[in-house]
Write a protein that binds this ligand. Sequence first.
Ligand SMILES: [Zn+2]
Length: 445
Amino acid sequence: MTQVLFSFDTEDYVNIEAEEAVLRLAQTLSDEDIQGCFCVVGEVAAAWRQRNSRAVLDALRAHEVDAHTWRHSWHPNIVEYGEDSDWDGSLARFLREERYAFDLVMDVCDRERIWAFVKPGNSLSAQGIYGYTLLGAPIFGDSFVAANAGRGTWYCNALNLNYDFSLERLQDYGMTPFEERFDEWATWERLVLYAHPCKLVLTEFWDAQNVFHHNPPTWGDWVPSPRRTREEVERFFGLFRELIQRLKQHGGFEFTTYEPVWREYQANIHRQLPQEELLPLLQRAARELTWQTTADGTGFTPAELFAAAVHVLAGRPDPFPAWGVMGPVDDPSAQSDVPAQGALTLAAQDVQRAAATLEPVVYVPAAIQVGRATLGPGDLLRAMTQVLTGAQEIILEQGPQMPKAAERPDLAHHRTSGQWCHPPEWTSEIVDSRLRWQAWTLRPA
Ligand SMILES: [Zn+2]
């Protein structure tokens, strides 16, 4: 059975009309005995509290509440301030602001935990994905990283799923584009159907009206969005109910939310990697830098294999507890003394000494000093592999500093700036590069 999730970007803190859409989505799903996932912007929760929106909050009790950032596209948003060579400073800002948003949403919606997050528009940074996992939300609901027909992809320590198909297509195309895909979807592991509640009752996004490129002079000085006609609104909700019934009748679908998805994966998140199993994985990764899988099917990211090798060389106890290793946050290809022609020779002792200084690995370093040479992280992984096989003299030829996954189209061509609400002068070189460097953290779920 294909699991179907309904995920709603509940983001309009400008137009009170958007409340009707949230309320009716929640009620329609409740009538059908299905739980939806409402990804709520912090300021929306604040608006509900200020307006005392009891009906909406009561209707949401039966559903899952997830996160959609503090202020969505208000500038600078999470990706805009993420364009900062100071990783720690921008991560600290993210954690401070988004912790506040989580607390606001959990307080107003009476929740104890948030399971998933979605990004505003195209706005996500490595700080963002990693940062939300640090705040306790382990699922990234609408990742730009391909999620393998709903099975998911581990990346930046989050379980990455995709927003597969927009329910807003019901408005323009009716049931046909959905029905055409039922049989294909029924072969998938999981399907996420999504919508922006505000667009079900209004013709324009609140942020296109108010924060396109720049903020208004004053917070709260909002331009309202035009409303849809009553007929359009009723037509959508009629079609939405019909779609749910058709999915049920098909027989290939069941309904779920992010929390049970997480529970399904929870058992194989904190994995153990014994030293005897590490060596063959490292040898394969030294030949081709990518994730590796043990005979029993347990997967490890290149970052985890790197950290495991450091763990062993630093004399830490067996087995290595694999979880939470991030990739480089600075350019790992910037400097390596391994020559383009020929080889660099190093003493095993120097490699071991350098590795010991890195334990425990939180971020794969962009560059490492080994004796008098500077190595990239790919070089050090290959050098550590040789040390662990017992070599005294380490011979390094030129090789990649980035895992193969960095060449995937979703990572290689990802570009954030020049689109959507961002200021036209804003560029995203550091953000986009960092997301690519996190190919070190990628493995199929
Ligand atoms: Zn949004």
